[in-house]
Design a protein around this ligand. Structure first.
Ligand code: ADP
Ligand code: MG
Length: 340
């Protein structure tokens, strides 16, 4: 970095130390690492996710959206485990080419959003790394959560007879990306705005995740795509699932988009588009009432969309069957997003 710029340590002091101020174990970001106490009988849940400019968010997305997404995707993984968020680290790879006039307003907005979101989630920044590279902007967050020992919601816990539930509405983020890319020109702008907001500012189901402990069996968050993520539960649990496409909860803007684009296969977008950060989970039919009252309590729709129907012999390939509104198996081109 040029000498007219803030050096790495000034930059850390100005932008990151304030985000670490409330956590004693962060030592004001002045030491080599942080130290976090754990009460007896509890375990730490750890997850890392990277978001890269041009891959996970649009190059033109504003810094507050980048910050919000980078934190939310990690908090969503904690939610899927039933953990309470505790702290996070931040590894920032900034483009070398940014001059001070670009870097500082960007960091100002980025850290402003982190400050808001970390307060809401009850976490503090406890460390990280700051580097510059010739590559694209890249943000890696590692989130730490706390869970009672043995209470972790695992992908591997689904059993035949379980119902498959999903929270909120599905497909909005994938459709928001289509809208902002100009692919849904006939959708009214006020609907488009809601969908784009879900793409740019995903919200992790933090409270729902913790409240599902003891009610749900298996759980995962919907990041790759609904069918793909149910497939991950099936693979881990060695079971297959049948999903009713007609029961997948769609938002009002999503249904409006279907109405004005009857020929586009938007139902497939809902089933396989990623970035929803809702929770998908399985539960015994005996838990239906508990799930309904949890849904009422949180004001969050929890919708049964299918069931776990068979155990597979070790080594066989578990399947996720999706039935269309007529009850016929759907042929989906993909199940969700894959990097490789
Ligand atoms: P080291 O060389 O010992 O790894 P660094 O010089 O990279 O330490 O960082 C100094 C301190 O600042 C460390 O406590 C580190 O955790 C913290 N830090 C650096 N970058 C960030 C960041 N982007 N967010 C939060 N903390 C950071
Ligand atoms: Mg370092």
């Amino acid at each position: 970095m040029g000498t007219e710029r803030l050096n790495e340590f000034e930059l850390i002091a100005r932008y990151f130390v304030p985000l670490a101020a409330a956590e004693k174990g962060a030592f004001g970001l002045s030491d080599d690492a942080a130290s976090i106490a754990l009460a007896p009988g509890y375990r730490m849940v750890v997850t890392t996710d990277t978001v890269i400019s041009g891959v996970h968010f649009r190059v033109s997305d504003p810094p507050d959206a980048v910050a919000g997404k980078a934190l939310a995707v990690n908090l969503s993984d904690l939610a899927a485990m039933g953990a309470r968020p505790r702290a996070y680290t931040l590894a920032l790879t900034l483009p070398q080419a940014w001059n001070r006039n670009e870097l500082e307003p960007w960091l100002e907005s980025f850290c402003g959003r982190l400050a808001l979101d970390q307060r809401e989630a009850g976490v503090d920044l406890i460390g990280g790394d700051t580097v510059a590279s010739p590559g694209p902007l890249c943000v890696t967050i590692t989130a730490l959560g706390i869970v009672r020992a043995g209470a972790e919601m695992r992908r591997s816990a689904a059993v035949p007879g379980d119902l498959v539930y999903v929270s909120g509405t599905i497909g909005d983020a994938a459709l928001g990306l289509k809208f902002i890319s100009g692919e849904l020109p006939t959708l009214p702008a006020e609907y488009g705005k809601v969908l784009v907001d879900r793409y740019q500012f995903p919200r992790a189901r933090i409270e729902l995740g913790q409240r599902l402990v003891g009610i749900a069996r298996a759980a995962a968050d919907v990041s790759d795509g609904l069918v793909a993520d149910i497939g991950h539960i099936c693979a881990a649990s060695n079971v297959s699932a049948t999903i009713d496409a007609s029961r997948v909860p769609l938002s009002l803007p999503f249904r409006a988009a279907i109405d004005v684009n009857p020929n586009a296969d938007l139902l497939a977008v809902a089933l396989t588009g990623g970035d929803d950060y809702e929770l998908v989970f399985t539960a015994s039919p005996a838990s239906v009432d508990a799930i309904q009252s949890l849904s009422n309590d949180l004001g969050t729709p929890l919708t049964a969309i299918g069931c776990i129907d068979q155990r597979f012999p070790i080594g066989a390939k578990p399947r996720t069957r999706v039935l269309d509104p007529n009850g016929c198996p759907m042929e989906l081109e993909t199940q969700g997003y894959q990097h490789f």
